[in-house]
Design a protein around this ligand. Sequence first.
Ligand code: PXG
Length: 288
Amino acid sequence: MIVYLDGKYVDSSEAKVSVFDHGLLYGDGVFEGIRIYGGNVYRLDEHLERLEMSAKALMLAVPLDRAAMTEAVLETCRKNNLADGYIRLVITRGAGDLGLAPWLCEKPTLFIIASKISLYPQEHYDNGLSIVTVPTRRISPDMLPPTVKSLNYLNNILAKIEARQAGALEAIMLNQQGYVAECTADNIFIIQKGTIITPAASAGALKGITRGTIFDIAVELNIPIREGDLTRYDVWCADECFLTGTGAEVIPVVKLDGRVIGTGKPGAITASILQSFRKRVRVEGTRT
Ligand code: PXG
C-alpha cells in the first residue's frame, strides 16, 4: 500500500510520524473519512471544505490548497489502484515539544491513506439495527464544537465501548440538554407522519456529508425534511429510523433501548432513500 505523507508517496511500512507529533500527544488535528465508488470519489469537494473549516476552527494551517489537496487524494487512489474503498485524510499540528503550545510545532503533518473499508454486515441492512442510548453525553458546542471533525474522538469512543457492553453496534449520544445529538460515528434521522427529522448541528451533530445527501434525496423524492430537537421518546415512537455515515451509508434502525420502532422492520421510506443513495454514489463524484 502506498501512503501520501507530507508531499511524498511512500510505502505504508515507511509511513511514520514522530512520537512528538501533537496529533498523537494531544489529539491536536483534524481528519476526513471519504468513500470512493467505482473510481469516483464521493463528494470530495464537500469533504475538503469541511476539513478546511475544521482546521480553521483549530487555527491549524492546511498545508495544501483545495486543488493540490484534491490531486493528492486522487493520486493516492491511483497509486493504490483503488476504485472502491475508503480514504482517510489526516492533518495534525505536527511535531513539537512536550508542552501543549501548538505554536511550537513547526509544520503540520498531512497524510492520506486509501484503503478498504469494513462495513456493517448485510443482515443489518436487511433486518435493521438494534441500538441503545448510552450514558456518555456528546460534547457541547461551547466546549469543542461537534461540527469540528477533530482527532479528539474519546467522547465517541467511550460511547462506543458502552454500546458494545450493551450488545449494540451503534449508540445514541444525548446532548447536555438530554436531546438526541447523534450516534458515535453516524447521524440519526427519524420519520414521523411522513416527515424526516434530524437533530441540528447546534444540538451536537456533525454536519455529515451523508446527512447532507439525505436532504438532497428528500427533495428528489418529495419528502418533507427538517432539523428539530428529538427526545428518546420521539425515536421510540417514530414510524421509521435510520442512521447515515460515510461507512454506514444509510442503515435502518428497528429498535432503541428495547423499544421496537414502527413495525420492527426496515421502513419503506428508508428503503427508497437507501435506493436513491446507492444510485447517487455511482454517478456523483470526482473521477480518479
Ligand atoms: N457523526 C460523527 C461523530 C462521525 O464521526 C458522522 C456523524 C457521519 O458523517 P459523514 O460525513 O461520514 O456522513 C461521523 C462520521 C467510518 C468513520 O469509518 C466515520 C467517521 C469517523 C470515523 C470513522 O465510517 N465519521
